[in-house]
Design a protein around this ligand. Structure first.
Ligand SMILES: NC(=O)c1ccc[n+]([C@@H]2O[C@H](COP(=O)([O-])OP(=O)(O)OC[C@H]3O[C@@H](n4cnc5c(N)ncnc54)[C@H](O)[C@@H]3O)[C@@H](O)[C@H]2O)c1
Length: 285
């Protein structure tokens, strides 16, 4: 980890949204180990406080900020508080997100809006608040957490796919707008990560999200741990990569999609069909 402390300097101030669990928590722990003062932002008070305790018990520095990223005013208030206290924000990891499971017409419009409000507008809100400050300082780093579902897609998560695709568009635009102001932007698109709560907390319609997750685990066998994902993300940021896509199966899928979009869409249809096949259907509901 030593080499990356050139990029993640001790004493820096980082905000990690969705830092109360899963990948976000692991990012907070690793950043704190590097001597970064971590601002753990999450809607879940208990999760955020646990992350802060893990850090402080191990000699690190962290504070919790409890708010919903889909509320733009709450994002501004949090950023103002941090800037007033520490005078700067060096790094934003915009990671908070959630998923809804179901076929197109089974998922109510309200749920589509809810997913877009957290996954897309939530990231836009916090990035917008932090950007104003970073632009004044003419430096900073913004990390946007999308997914391989934002470059390609996965079955039964239409609203999630759409929100993550929107983030890819946002990140690509922001990259060129931010560069002249000394602000670096990174787009993270992981494949499946194990041991997080995203499927546990998923809204699901007709099919059980946990059973869908189990099928994906068995079919894809490429789940990686939040610890490994965090190491990968921090190293790729250190190497100044914009597109951070991993693990290998996610990169392969992305390549196939660019080379053969038609075939890849049809393959996804087959995968979904298999998941929902008569035999599996009984276990999915
Ligand atoms: N788990 C995966 O397989 C996977 C794969 C690719 C990308 N991702 C992305 O990684 C990010 C983290 O996911 P995870 O798997 O660690 O999930 P997780 O559910 O374990 O963690 C998400 C965190 O975000 C918080 N959160 C949710 N809505 C919020 C809101 N409106 N305001 C503030 N905080 C909110 C939750 O409380 C939780 O602590 C998400 O953006 C997800 O889309 C996950």
């Amino acid at each position: 980890m030593n080499v990356i402390s050139k990029t993640f300097q001790p004493g820096s101030i980082a905000i990690v949204t969705g830092g109360g669990n899963g990948l976000g928590r692991q990012l907070c722990l690793q950043l704190a180990k590097l001597g970064i003062q971590v601002q753990v932002a999450d809607i879940d008070n208990e999760g955020a406080m646990q992350t802060v305790s893990f850090i402080t018990e191990n000699g690190g520095k962290a504070q919790a900020h409890i708010f919903d990223v889909s509320n733009p005013k709450a994002c501004e208030t949090c950023v103002e508080e941090i800037v007033n206290t520490y005078g700067k924000i060096d790094l934003l990891i915009s990671n908070a997100g959630k998923v809804a499971i179901g076929e197109f017409n089974d998922v109510p419009l309200e749920s589509w809006h809810n997913i877009m409000d957290t996954n897309f507008f939530g990231q836009l809100n916090i990035i917008n608040a932090v950007y104003t400050h970073m632009r004044q300082n003419q430096k900073g780093r913004i990390v946007i957490m999308s997914s391989v579902a934002g470059l390609v897609f996965q079955p039964l998560t239409g609203s999630y796919n759409a929100s993550k695709h929107a983030l890819v568009g946002l990140a690509c635009s922001l990259f060129s707008d931010a560069a002249p102001h000394g602000i670096k932007v990174h787009l993270v698109c992981p494949g499946y990560i194990d041991n997080t709560n995203i499927f546990v907390n998923a809204e699901s319609f007709r099919y059980s999200s946990l059973k869908i997750r189990d099928i994906l685990v068995n079919k894809i066998r490429g789940f990686i741990s939040p610890e490994k994902a965090t190491r990968k993300i921090l190293h790729q940021i250190h190497k100044n990569k914009f597109f951070i896509v991993f693990p290998f199966n996610a990169r392969l899928l992305w390549l196939l999609f660019r080379l053969m979009p038609e075939t890849t869409v049809r393959f996804s249809y087959m995968l979904k069909d298999k998941m929902l096949s008569a035999k599996m259907n009984q276990t999915l509901k």
